[in-house]
Each structure stands twice: as structure tokens, then as C-alpha cells.
Design a protein around this ligand. Structure first.
Ligand code: AMP
Length: 212
């Protein structure tokens, strides 16, 4: 099954994607993670992406489409995949439709208040990328990853100025994809306006939509 996850930054896509991709045994493809890795390794794409990433802007479509195309050629995508954070523009969605058939699009929704609180409290492990939240998913020891003992940090783009910018960019450039996929009959809305303790219910709703 080829799945796209839509939803504002901060809605929890990364957390849901991790759970759902394990259930369906398909890889989670996060373009955000791919850019973070490239920036960390100072590759050519990383150096280019950094100027956009740091300001909360989208990396240009041609660069993004190219890294996705390369990723889809890997063996683990043969039986399906789950995109988390891609596509983010109509041009990316059009390009994707020329490469593969998408079976379902899950659109996670939550109020702006919840989204801002999730983004500003998020902490990530610099070693393994595991995601925590200072209130909702606190690590056992403050500032230390439960999985690998790595250091937990706040992403630069989770700081207040970047959050505002990313939400503006989402509204202008990514939200139109909701209508785009609705018109194609692929969209299922999933209510993510629930506290973290109810994440199992959010996943159950996502499974129901995928198994329909
Ligand atoms: P994320 O972790 O998905 O919130 O992505 C973090 C940042 O990576 C975004 O603010 C963009 O700068 C860049 N990025 C991730 N995915 C894309 C995409 N599909 N198109 C363009 N830029 C992206």
C-alpha cells in the first residue's frame, strides 16, 4: 500500500507514521528527516536545503522531488511506503503521480492551539531522531533519549519565529493538497485533536480508513 500522510507541522505525523508503518510493514519516508540527515552530513543537497530549512521555508520542488525519486528506487519500497511530510505542494503531488500510484491519503487534523503546544514542547534525539515532548511524552531522564541515551534538543525550526513561519507556509502551500486529494477520492480525515493518551485511538481510526 502506498500512503501519504497530510497534516500541519506539529499535528504528530512523525509519531503516527512510525506506528502505522510498523503495522503495515512498510518504510516511513520523511523528507524532513532526509533533509536533516543531509544537512548534518553537509552534503551538496544538505548545504542547499539548509538555507531554506533554517528559515522555515520549503526546499525547492525540483530538489525535493529528486531525493524522493531516488528513495523510491530502494528495495524496501517494493511492497509500499508511507510518506510523512511529502508532498507539500501541488507541483510535488503532480510529480509524484507521474512516478507511483497513491492508494490512500490520511489527513490528520488538530486545532492551532494544540499544534503550537506540540511543536514548542517537542524534543528530538540528536543521535537516533526519537521524538519526545516535555509534557506529553517526557523522557525518563530530562534531556536524555530513552532509546539510545543521546542528547535531546529542540529543533531550531521548533522555536517560536520558525513555528509561525512554518504554519504560514503550510496554510499557503500545503493545505490546497487536501482539496487536491479529496477530488481524487483518496482522502480520509483523521481527528488528531485528542490528548496523547488517546494516540491508540487515533491509530485505530487511521487503520480503519486504510483497511476500508
Ligand atoms: P518536517 O520535519 O517535515 O517538518 O520538515 C522540516 C523542513 O524540511 C521543512 O520546514 C522544509 O524546510 C523541509 N522539507 C521537508 N519536507 C519537505 C517537502 N516535501 N518539500 C519542501 N521542503 C521540505
Amino acid at each position: 500500500m502506498n500512503i501519504v500522510l497530510l497534516g500541519s507541522p506539529g499535528v504528530g505525523k512523525g509519531t503516527y507514521a512510525e506506528r502505522i508503518s510498523k503495522i503495515y510493514n512498510i518504510p516511513q519516508i520523511s523528507t524532513g528527516d532526509m533533509f536533516r540527515e543531509a544537512i548534518k552530513n553537509k552534503t551538496e543537497i544538505g548545504l542547499l536545503a539548509k538555507t531554506y530549512y533554517d528559515k522555515g521555508n520549503l526546499v525547492p520542488d525540483d530538489v525535493t522531488i529528486k531525493i524522493v525519486e531516488q528513495r523510491l528506487k530502494q528495495d524496501d519500497c517494493k511492497n509500499g511506503f508511507m510518506f510523512d511530510g511529502f508532498p507539500r505542494t501541488i507541483a510535488q503531488a503532480d510529480a509524484l503521480s507521474n512516478i507511483v500510484v497513491i492508494d490512500k491519503v490520511l489527513n490528520f487534523t488538530a486545532s492551532e492551539e494544540i499544534i503550537i503546544s506540540r511543536l514548542s514542547g517537542r524534543r528530538v534525539c540528536i543521535e537516533c531522531g526519537a521524538i519526545f515532548h516535555i509534557k506529553n511524552i517526557p523522557p525518563k531522564t530530562e534531556g536524555v533519549c530513552d532509546e539510545c541515551n543521546g542528547k535531546l534538543i529542540q529543533r531550531d525550526d521548533d522555536k517560536p519565529d520558525s513555528i509561525k513561519k512554518r504554519l504560514d507556509v503550510y496554510k499557503k502551500q500545503t493545505e490546497p493538497l487536501i482539496e487536491y486529494y479529496k477530488e481524487k477520492g483518496l482522502l480520509a480525515d483523521i481527528d488528531a485533536n485528542r490528548p496523547f493518551e488517546q494516540v491508540d485511538e487515533i491509530i485505530a481510526d487511521a487503520r480503519k480508513a486504510l483497511d476500508e
